[in-house]
Design a protein around this ligand. Structure first.
Ligand SMILES: NC(=O)c1ccc[n+]([C@@H]2O[C@H](COP(=O)([O-])OP(=O)(O)OC[C@H]3O[C@@H](n4cnc5c(N)ncnc54)[C@H](O)[C@@H]3O)[C@@H](O)[C@H]2O)c1
Length: 357
């Protein structure tokens, strides 16, 4: 078999995410991350210590190197648009970190440059490969839950917004742009081919005024599916990562370890039972637990699911070879940008936004 071409990539920005691209994500021998530019010289030193050969004196020098095939933009969000456009104009394939831009207007301009230059342009929506998301998606698509009518996706902690640029609006801070963009993307992937018809959102400002330190977003689809996405940074007890309800069963995945369980109606028994249960809150028929023989419980095998993040880089090498299509397309990122803009508009106006996204 002929040896496959190896593509050379260079990073702009060697902070938390730049480091993770080099050390954690890019595992394939089809792409090697060999160059770096960061405005902070100490970060460049760190990059070189981690095995990156070339530290460029400027971004222009990086772009002028003809051996660089791919530029990975991993700087704070407000630098994405100019740096992506510059790299595309220089004829490089470009991977941009999420959120791809500060607004849909910016992304439109970036897409126009990509179209003009014909260069590959993609966005690092790595959470499509998260094990917990894959487990949820597989369960929904298996039909085990019947017709799914509700999905709740939550990421909560109690450590506030991380220090640095994420706390400033001018840099594209706040948790909607940080985590929201991932969780919205996941549900748009799950519901591919379907439209978002309404959006209602409240931003949290528990500890920060300038940027949202969390939010609760309700996003409904044209199938009737209702979804809730919540991100919180002042939540001392973690909420379940996923809670999904269908007309035949429910799924809960408590956290990223994928120790989930499904409880569903037994094949032979789908009728409701008329039994009154006494609780501390009085008698209840509707909310009484089901009798054991009317339900079955399935435990997810956590070892079955893993996060294959390198699939992103393998896909880029294939597309550059001329095989297959991009795993993350710019128009998909545009949908997420539009959902986030509608979410901010809903928060400002305290209104539900009807849409066709
Ligand atoms: N996909 C993911 O899961 C994920 C996770 C974390 C961060 N990110 C994204 O990655 C990007 C970077 O985030 P981070 O957490 O690494 O931030 P960070 O603050 O840790 O690192 C940013 C780096 O960029 C450098 N920098 C700043 N301005 C620059 C410029 N103009 N030119 C060159 N270098 C510059 C800084 O010196 C720093 O080293 C953001 O867009 C963020 O949203 C994505």
């Amino acid at each position: 078999m002929a040896t496959q071409k190896q593509y050379k990539a260079a990073l702009v920005g060697y902070g938390g995410m730049g480091r993770w691209h080099k050390q954690g994500i890019c595992k394939t021998d089809r792409v090697s991350i060999d160059g770096v530019y960061d405005i902070n010289p100490e970060r460049m030193d760190l990059a070189v210590q981690s095995g990156i050969h070339t530290a460029y004196p400027s971004y222009e020098a990086l772009l002028a190197d003809p051996t660089v095939d791919i530029v990975i933009v991993a700087t704070p969000n407000n630098f994405h648009k100019p740096q992506v456009c510059q790299a595309l104009e220089a004829g490089k394939a470009v991977i941009c970190e999420k959120p791809v831009a500060m607004s849909s207007q910016e992304l439109e301009e970036m897409m126009a440059v990509a179209e003009k230059t014909g260069s590959l342009f993609t966005i690092h929506q790595n959470r499509r490969a998260d094990a917990d998301f894959c487990a949820m998606k597989e369960t929904v698509e298996s039909g085990l839950l019947g017709k799914v009518f509700e999905i709740e996706s939550r990421v909560t902690g109690s450590r506030g917004i991380p220090q640095g640029w994420r706390q400033y609006a001018i840099a594209g801070g706040g948790m909607m742009l940080d985590w929201g963009v991932h969780l919205i993307d996941q549900l748009l992937v799950l519901m591919s081919g379907h439209k978002v018809t309404s959006i209602n959102c409240q931003m949290y400002h528990v500890a920060y005024e300038e940027c949202d330190d969390g939010f609760r977003l309700n996003m409904n689809f044209d199938t009737g599916l209702m979804t809730t996405i919540e991100v919180g940074t002042s939540h001392y007890i973690q909420a379940n990562r996923w809670y999904v309800c269908g007309d035949r069963g429910s799924l809960v995945i408590p956290d990223w370890s994928c120790n989930g369980r499904i409880v569903r109606a037994a094949e032979h028994q789908v009728t409701w039972e008329e039994e009154i249960i006494q609780t501390k809150a009085g008698p209840t028929k509707t909310m009484a637990p089901r009798a054991k023989d009317t339900i079955e419980e399935i435990t997810l095998d956590p070892d079955k699911y893993f996060s294959d993040y390198d699939i992103f880089y393998r896909n880029i090498a294939d597309v550059l070879d001329g095989n297959g299509e991009l795993r993350v397309k710019p128009w998909e990122a545009m949908r997420s940008m539009k959902v986030m803009e509608a979410a901010f508009a809903s928060d400002r106006s305290s209104q539900t936004i009807l849409c066709d996204i």
